[in-house]
Design a binder for this molecule. Structure first.
Ligand code: HMG
Ligand code: MG
Length: 307
């Protein structure tokens, strides 16, 4: 393995909060009110999050919980220093996102054919062909565009994924104009060596400054995976307040790494995030209470039990 894990750790890490999208997309107990979602996003911004994935302009039949995305964006008290982004799987999604006034969008592909079909009803090649004009139009409209690759280590339908397949797709997303590619361990089964093997292949083609880690925590490996990616030079990580969420097209996939746990570890390592952990812990507890579920963040639970 040639990924350099001996370098000094970064001084600053960018945290991309995906709770309002990746977290809430899996909520099955009826549509959450747009006011509740907007309030969550406002609270996250007030706690210091500057990159918030707020919505998804996907087909409402495929992910019903995201159907009120436009309304959510309308109700946010937007700040100039905060990026409010939305998933856009195709041109129709991008048009809806532009109309709703987002300043960043994300296209999302997958490293396995089965996952691509189930998630976006098309092959990997079709998805990339579809993304090209979407990315171009978004860039022409002055939006930043992020790319995702899902199932970068394991696929729930095909098993182990070839690291070079991930690298090829990630490279194509960067060539199209994505400023960053987020590498998704969608089902949270990856362990550090698997993540590093995948990262090494991707890093042959893309510098770590353009990569992000997106670790679901199904098997409790997310923080370990983040730490090894951090040591290898990745400085952007996605996470979800209170560990909310999962992917509706990856059975059994639980939420992302909880943002509180990520921030607790980063601050403990002396890494700056700009996030106020105590305020964030309250946001996590509030949304957990509201959804009537246990708080999925260890740090959040510990902090809230000691106040
Ligand atoms: P499709 O059915 O193949 O779409 O869905 P189509 O192009 O054949 O169009 C069929 C109808 O849908 C048409 O309407 C379109 O207008 C409409 P009709 O003419 O029949 O009345 N339509 C739309 N309506 C609203 N918004 C749109 C849209 N597009 C078409 N954007 C599609 C293809 C991609 C739309 C569908 O498969 C879809 O929405 N998939 C999204 C699935 C999803 O959101 N998954 C979760 C997010 S990804 C994730 O969680 C992973 C990630 O977190 C990283 C990780 O963890 O690995 C990012
Ligand atoms: Mg995800």
């Amino acid at each position: 393995m040639t990924v350099n894990t001996q370098r000094p750790l970064a001084k600053h890490v960018k945290v991309v909060e995906v709770g309002p999208r990746d977290g809430l997309q899996n909520e099955s107990g009826g549509m959450l009110d747009a006011k509740v979602k907007a309030s969550l996003i406002n609270q996250l911004a007030a706690a210091g999050l500057t990159h918030i994935e707020a919505a998804a302009f996907v087909h409402p039949k495929w992910v019903p919980q995201m159907a009120n995305s436009a309304q959510v964006l309308q109700l946010i008290t937007a700040h100039n220093h905060v990026s409010y982004s939305a998933l856009t799987p195709n041109m129709k999604g991008l048009e809806r996102a532009i109309e709703a006034g987002v300043n960043e969008v994300a296209v999302f592909g997958a490293a396995s054919e089965s996952f691509s079909q189930r998630n976006t009803n098309c092959s990997i090649a079709q998805s990339l062909t579809r993304f090209e004009p979407v990315v171009q139009k978004a860039l022409d409209a002055g939006l930043k565009v992020r790319g995702y690759v899902s199932v970068v280590v394991d696929c729930p339908y095909e098993g182990a994924i070839s690291p070079t397949a991930v690298a090829d797709i990630a490279q194509q997303l960067i060539h199209m104009g994505c400023y960053e590619v987020s590498l998704g361990d969608t089902i949270g089964t990856a362990t550090p060596f698997g993540m590093l093997r995948m990262l090494e292949a991707v890093n042959h083609k893309i510098p770590t400054s353009k990569l992000a880690g997106h670790c679901h925590n199904t098997y409790g490996q997310a923080l370990a995976n983040v730490l090894c990616m951090l040591e290898a030079g990745v400085t952007t990580f996605d996470s979800s307040v209170a560990g909310l969420g999962g992917c509706p097209y990856a059975k059994g996939a639980s939420g992302n790494l909880a943002t509180e746990d990520l921030v607790y570890m980063l601050h403990g390592l002396g890494i700056h995030t700009g996030i106020q952990l105590d305020r964030l812990a309250r946001v996590g507890q509030n949304i957990s209470d509201l959804l009537g579920r246990p708080n999925g963040s260890h740090a959040g639970q510990a902090m809230m039990s000691s106040v």
